[in-house]
Ligand binder design. Structure first.
Ligand code: FAD
Length: 460
C-alpha cells in the first residue's frame, strides 16, 4: 500500500491498516474497497482526488485516533465536513482523509437557546431540527452545504443583518489539535483558539462539535422577484440604493441568472425575519423595482426559505468560482455585471450579490478572525456546467468577469469562496487579522499538520 504526502511516497504496511480499522468505530476505506468510489467524491466534480485512506469517523475518539495514525505514518491529512469546498480542500491525493460526514449528532436546548452540533450536519438538517422549536442560528443559503466549513470560514446567510454571521453565534467548540489534544474553546477557555476558529477555517484543529446560540426565527417573508434583462440595469441600481436603508431584519441578495425563458434575468431575493405584519411594507419596494416576470415573495417557513436555492446546486456538477466584494452598486460595476450575465456560457451559471450588513457589519474586525466588517455585497461569480469539454470556456468566463469587476471591487475576499489562488489572495481573505492568525498557527500547529485548507503558513 502506498500513501503520498506532497513531498514523499511512503509504504504503509497492511498490519497497521488492520489495527487502525479495528480501533475505529467507523470504517476505514482504501482504494478497491466497496464504497471507496462514493466516499472519495466531493460536491464539485472538478475535484477528482484519491486518498490512500478514508477514515469515516463515527465520533470524537475516531477523529483522535485518525490524527494519531496520520502522525505515526507521516501522512498528509484532509478534513471533510460537508464536502462543499469548491477549491477541493476536503479531500487529498494520497494521504488520509478524515471524513466527519457521518457525525450528525445534534442536541437542541430550547430552554437555554443553544444547540450542540456535530460537524457532519448539513444546513438543512440543522435548520429542520432547530425549527421544531421555532429557533435558528445564522448559516448559509443552500441547505446541502456543511455547517462545519461554513461556520469556520464565517458563514453568511439570510439572518446576517439581524443575528450576524454563523461564526458570531458560535459559543464553544470541541477541537482536536495537531498534537492530538481535545480542547474546549470558548470565550473563557482557550480564548485565542476560539477567536481563530471564528473565521480562520480549519487551520487550527478538527472541530468535533459546535455549540451555537439560537434565536427565535420564522415564519419569514421571503422569496424572489424576477426582472427581465431589459430592466436589469435600472433594477440593480435601485436595488443598491434601497439596501442602504435596510433594517437589520431584512437581508437581501441579487442573483444574475438565466431565466426560465433562456434569457438573462435578475432575481432580487429578500428574507425578512421580523414581525410579519411590519414586513410587508418593508419588502414592498424590492418587489416594485420594474415590471417583474415573476413575483414569488410570500410569508413562508424559515426551512422553506433555506431550501429556495437547493435545486440550482445539486452535487456532482462541474464548478469554478471567482469572488470579491462590492461596496457600492455603481453604474460602471452594474454595466460589467450585466455584460457578463449576457455572456454566460452555461445556463446553470450565475453571479450573486449577497448583502452583508446590519449586525454582521457592526462587529469590530478583530473581534473574531473574520475581518470583513463593513457593509458590502459578497460577489461570487459561479460557473457551473456539466460537460467536461466545456471547462475552459466556463472557467474563462468566470475569470474574465472577475477581472472586469476588479476596478470597482474592494480589497478582500470571503475565504469560503476562494479557490486555489495563491498566497496573496489567502492574505486578502484573512485581511488585517492575518498576522495574529500566523501567531495562533505557531501556537497550535507549528508544523502545519492541517495544511489542506486556505492555509495560514506558520512561517507567515
Ligand atoms: C452550493 C454552495 C452554496 C454555498 N452558500 C454559502 C452561503 O450561503 N454562505 C456562506 O457563508 N458560504 C456558502 N458556501 C461556501 C461554504 O461556506 C464552503 O463551501 C464551506 O467550506 C462548506 O462547508 P463544508 O463543511 O461543506 O466544507 P468542506 O468541504 O467539508 O470543508 C471546507 C474546509 O473546512 C475544513 N473543515 C471542514 N470541517 C472541518 C472541521 N470539523 N474541523 C476543521 N476543519 C474542517 C476542511 O478541511 C476544508 O479546508 C456555499 C458553498 C456551496 C458549494
Amino acid at each position: 500500500m502506498v500513501a503520498t504526502d506532497e513531498h514523499q511516497t511512503l509504504a504503509l504496511d497492511p498490519t497497521s491498516i488492520t489495527r487502525f480499522r479495528e480501533a475505529l468505530h467507523g470504517e476505514v476505506l482504501t482504494p478497491g474497497d466497496p464504497g471507496y468510489g462514493e466516499a472519495r467524491r466531493v460536491w464539485n466534480a472538478m475535484i477528482d482526488k484519491r486518498p490512500a485512506l478514508i477514515a469515516r469517523c463515527a465520533g470524537e475518539s475516531d477523529v483522535m485516533r485518525s490524527v494519531q495514525f496520520a502522525h505515526d505514518h507521516n501522512l498528509a491529512v484532509a478534513v471533510r465536513g460537508g464536502g462543499h469546498s469548491v477549491a477541493g480542500y476536503s479531500t487529498c491525493d494520497g494521504g488520509l482523509l478524515i471524513d466527519l460526514s457521518n457525525m450528525k449528532g445534534l442536541r437542541v436546548d430550547a430552554a437555554h437557546g443553544t444547540a450542540v452540533a456535530q460537524p457532519g450536519l448539513r444546513l438543512g438538517e440543522f435548520d429542520r431540527a432547530t425549527q421544531e422549536f421555532g429557533l435558528a442560528t445564522p448559516l448559509g443559503i443552500v441547505a446541502n452545504t456543511g455547517i462545519a466549513g461554513l461556520t469556520l470560514g464565517g458563514g453568511l446567510g439570510w439572518l446576517n443583518g439581524k443575528h450576524g454571521l454563523a461564526c458570531d453565534n458560535l459559543l464553544s467548540a470541541h477541537v482536536i489539535t495537531a498534537d492530538g489534544r481535545l480542547l474546549n474553546a470558548s470565550a473563557t477557555e482557550h480564548e485565542d483558539l476560539f477567536w481563530g476558529l471564528r473565521g480562520g477555517g480549519g487551520n487550527f484543529g478538527i472541530v468535533t462539535s459546535f455549540e451555537y446560540r439560537l434565536h427565535q426565527v420564522g415564519p419569514v417573508i421571503g422569496g424572489m422577484t424576477v426582472y427581465p434583462l431589459s430592466e436589469m440595469k435600472q433594477v440593480l441600481s435601485r436595488y443598491g440604493e434601497l439596501c442602504q436603508g435596510c433594517p437589520d431584519e431584512l437581508t437581501t441578495a441579487a442573483f444574475l441568472v438565466i431565466g426560465a425563458d433562456g434569457q438573462p434575468a435578475v432575481a432580487i431575493t429578500v428574507c425578512y425575519c421580523g414581525p410579519l405584519d411590519a414586513g410587508e411594507d418593508v419588502v414592498k419596494p424590492f418587489r416594485a423595482l420594474g415590471s417583474p416576470a415573476a413575483n414569488l415573495v410570500k410569508p413562508m417557513s424559515y426551512v422553506e426559505m433555506q431550501a429556495s436555492f437547493d435545486a440550482g446546486f445539486p452535487p456532482q456538477r462541474l464548478h469554478y468560482w471567482k469572488a470579491g466584494f462590492l461596496r457600492a452598486t455603481s453604474q460602471e460595476a452594474i454595466d460589467v455585471l450585466v455584460e457578463y450575465s449576457t455572456r454566460m456560457p452555461s445556463a446553470m451559471s450565475g453571479i450573486g450579490l449577497q448583502h452583508l450588513h446590519g449586525l454582521a457589519s457592526r462587529v469590530t474586525p478583530n473581534e473574531t478572525a473574520f475581518p470583513h466588517r463593513f457593509e458590502f455585497w459578497d460577489v461570487p461569480i459561479l460557473s457551473q456546467w456539466a460537460d467536461p469539454n466545456e471547462s475552459e470556456r466556463n472557467i474563462g468566463w468566470a475569470r474574465d468577469a472577475w477581472a472586469a469587476l476588479q476596478p470597482f471591487s474592494e480589497q478582500g475576499v470571503y475565504v469560503n469562496n476562494l479557490g486555489v489562488e495563491g498566497d496573496d489572495r489567502v492574505r486578502s481573505a484573512y485581511g488585517e487579522n492575518y498576522e495574529r492568525l500566523v501567531a495562533l498557527k505557531n501556537a497550535y500547529d507549528p508544523t502545519n499538520f492541517f495544511r489542506l485548507n486556505q492555509n495560514i503558513n506558520p512561517l507567515g
